[in-house]
Design a protein around this ligand. Structure first.
Ligand SMILES: [Zn+2]
Length: 275
């Protein structure tokens, strides 16, 4: 089952920053992080995902093909985020599910998913990931492409699914939902404003759809809210569970746990090449 909890999503090596992240890269990222948090797409609540923080965002670093800056693990609950809440991912190995990072906090447990998106489309420079029951539950009505529920989140199979989704949906920015990762929605595109704006449009449209369906619902005494899932469906723990990394001088080795199932055993060499 894709929703098993408490397994290793990926490993990472964390080094102290070799240089501060440039303001020109960091400030827009922090600003859009604030926007998503105000909208509830990033956050931390005791009644959702086992109380773990959720949501994260990243942007490609200038000059680095697949180097990107991403919010750190378990920072969703902070009302405000600063430079210490950002991590630079220097390299992601999608075959080993390993990331080399620089920062003072562990990278988001969903860093590998961001890496999958950047790897699949060189024109994408921003990836926003939020948890929205509104958008996720209305994904079919919104016409959003989806990663199927049986694709294990954070797996090599998901990397292939992300690549296929981006290949078959040329629209940018693109919003898609991960059905195997409850309430998970991604927006990816070239620029922050267009990408973020598209995600916000989706949120607005989802609320209109829900309102319309609620008004048209029969019989009127049906209290079920049509968001696609039973209201009492068990919540899965959110992404970004705390890392279990062991501090070492200059370098931290660790793993980031996620609510996803273990990624599959290594595939034959013929299937592990670059897509
Ligand atoms: Zn998530």
């Amino acid at each position: 089952m894709a929703q098993d909890e408490g397994v290793i999503g990926f490993s990472y090596a964390l080094k102290a920053p070799s240089a501060p992240i440039a303001d020109a890269l960091a400030q827009p990222l922090l600003a859009w992080r604030a926007v998503l948090r105000r909208l509830g797409l990033i956050g931390q609540r005791p009644d959702r995902y086992g109380g773990f923080g959720y949501g994260n965002l990243s942007r490609r670093a200038a000059g680095g093909e697949e180097t990107f800056i991403i919010t750190a693990s378990q920072t969703g609950g902070a009302a405000q985020a600063g430079m210490d809440d950002l991590v630079r991912i220097d390299r992601c190995d999608l075959n080993r599910f390993h990331a080399d990072a620089e920062g003072v906090k562990p990278p988001s447990s969903e860093s590998l998913t961001h890496a999958m998106v950047y790897h699949a489309d060189a024109d994408i420079h921003w990836v926003l990931h939020g948890h929205s029951p509104d958008i996720w539950g209305q994904a079919p009505g919104l016409g959003l492409p989806t990663i199927a529920a049986d694709v294990e989140y954070g797996s090599w199979r998901m990397a292939k699914a992300v690549a296929a989704l981006l290949s078959s949906n040329a629209t940018r920015p693109l919003v898609f939902a991960t059905l195997g990762h409850r309430d998970g929605v991604f927006a990816c595109g070239e620029g922050a404003e267009h990408t973020g704006g598209t995600l916000i449009q989706c949120l607005g449209r989802s609320l209109v759809l829900a309102s319309t369906r609620s008004r048209n619902a029969t019989p009127p005494t049906d209290e079920r809210v049509d968001v696609g899932m039973p209201a009492d469906a068990p919540r899965r723990a959110a992404e970004d569970q705390d890392a279990t990394g062991k501090a070492m001088p200059q370098t931290t080795q660790g793993v980031v746990r996620d609510e996803v199932a273990p990624h599959p055993l290594p595939l034959p060499a013929s299937e592990t090449g670059e897509p």
